[in-house]
Design a protein around this ligand. Structure first.
Ligand code: NAD
Length: 358
């Protein structure tokens, strides 16, 4: 029996709706297995801007640090698109990742057997299924590098810089190697080493580390080829490790292969067990407030929280089994419903998962 403190950041758009269902699932797991979860609500993103005049209020980092982990919905929306770059909700995401030292983003992309038909990729290309884990570096590279505006050959020009230290590459590679050890022991490092110096260093460091993990079969792939291979033969991959920007793009591509962005969870980890857990999708302003968003990505993020940060593997499995049962029984939200299938809403989907928790 344990008590866990969790920072809760529902955010904008569909954030509060999907986080609401995820919290119900977590509380039910607590009742079944004898744990309690204590939530500390925080405003971040557009809702914080409306209430406090900033998307990233001062209480966020200290409150998160005082908790065991963070649950995040999503932030942003068209209302805030005209704010200057540094004040936008998306900047708050970068600040919280950096402020909490969350440098490793784990994004599993799995095609559930019952949902093969929802994938835009032909069933024969998916084969027995697709089960990829993308490990994306999250606090370095071009999203955090030196940037500015200067006088160039053709007048004013704007630049962003891709920079990585060996230290940053080593620590993300270690997360990826360890993840590969716990899975099928295949690691593909994705870079652009035919063009970029930073990628050549990345490739060298990842290769050197393979001596520490002799059981892991390491391969390298250029990012343009990886983008192609993901749709040509997705089941060839087990774990992919890559930089911040390449990971951002490839993980969205992988998510589409699974059939819905509404199904995929993510974990952002740093040193120790602390982590931040969120669906990979955004705030979906087009469907916010309609009770039609799919809460499964956020619910599965709770399974990752239990497994990676709270050391509760059995409880994590219970959530994954409940979701699997719901999908196998043909229960669908609108985003994953096929032609002729009835779709249920966000709350109803949450309730179906709750019913199947054991
Ligand atoms: P999005 O992921 O919010 O939506 C893309 C499409 O997927 C939309 O049609 C949406 O309705 C659908 N969708 C997303 N989640 C769904 C769910 N759970 N169930 C059913 N359908 C779902 O991406 P976007 O439209 O590019 O961005 C909207 C806002 O979210 C922007 O302000 C963007 O900056 C922000 N965003 C935030 C995060 C984050 O908080 N981590 C991530 C990505 C985008």
């Amino acid at each position: 029996m344990a008590n866990f403190k969790l920072a809760l950041i529902p955010g904008d758009g569909i954030g509060p709706e999907i986080v609401g269902e995820a919290v119900k699932v977590l509380d039910r797991v607590g009742e079944i297995y004898g744990h309690t979860f204590e939530y500390h609500d925080l405003l971040m993103g557009g809702c914080a801007y409306d209430a406090k005049g900033t998307c990233f209020p001062d209480d966020i980092l200290p409150t998160c640090r005082a908790c065991d982990s963070v649950i995040l919905g999503a932030v942003g929306g068209p209302k805030y698109d005209s704010l200057p770059g540094a004040e936008r909700p998306e900047k708050a995401l970068l600040k919280i990742r950096e402020g909490l030292g969350l440098y490793a983003n784990l994004r599993p992309a799995t095609v559930h057997s019952a949902l093969k038909s929802a994938s835009p990729i032909r069933a024969d290309l998916i084969g027995d299924g697709m089960d990829i884990l993308i490990v994306r570096e999250l606090t370095g590279g071009i999203y955090f590098g030196d940037r500015g505006t200067r006088e160039g050959k053709y007048g004013e020009e704007t630049y962003d810089t891709e920079a990585y230290s060996e230290f940053e590459v080593k620590r993300i590679a270690r997360v990826a190697y360890e993840a590969a050890m716990a899975r099928d022991k295949r690691l593909c490092s994705v870079d652009k080493a035919n063009v970029l110096d930073s990628s050549r260093m990345w490739r060298r460091v990842v290769t050197e580390m393979s001596a520490e993990f002799p059981e892991v079969a390491l391969t390298h792939m250029y990012v343009d080829n990886a983008a192609m291979q993901l749709v040509r033969d997705p089941s060839q991959f087990d774990v992919i490790v890559t930089s911040n920007m390449f990971g951002d793009i490839l993980s969205d591509e992988a998510s589409q292969i699974t059939g819905s962005i509404g199904l995929l969870p993510s974990a952002s980890l740093g040193e120790g067990s602390f982590g931040m857990y969120e669906p990979i999708h955004g705030s979906a302003p087009d469907i916010a407030g309609k009770d039609i968003a799919n809460p499964i990505a956020t619910i599965l993020s709770m399974a990752m929280l239990l497994k990676y940060s709270l050391g509760l593997g059995k409880e994590a499995q219970a959530i994954e089994d409940a979701v699997e049962a719901v999908l196998n029984e043909g229960i669908r939200t609108a985003d994953i419903a096929g032609a002729g299938e009835t779709a249920i809403g966000t709350k109803a989907m949450g309730a179906e998962v709750l019913k199947r928790l054991r």
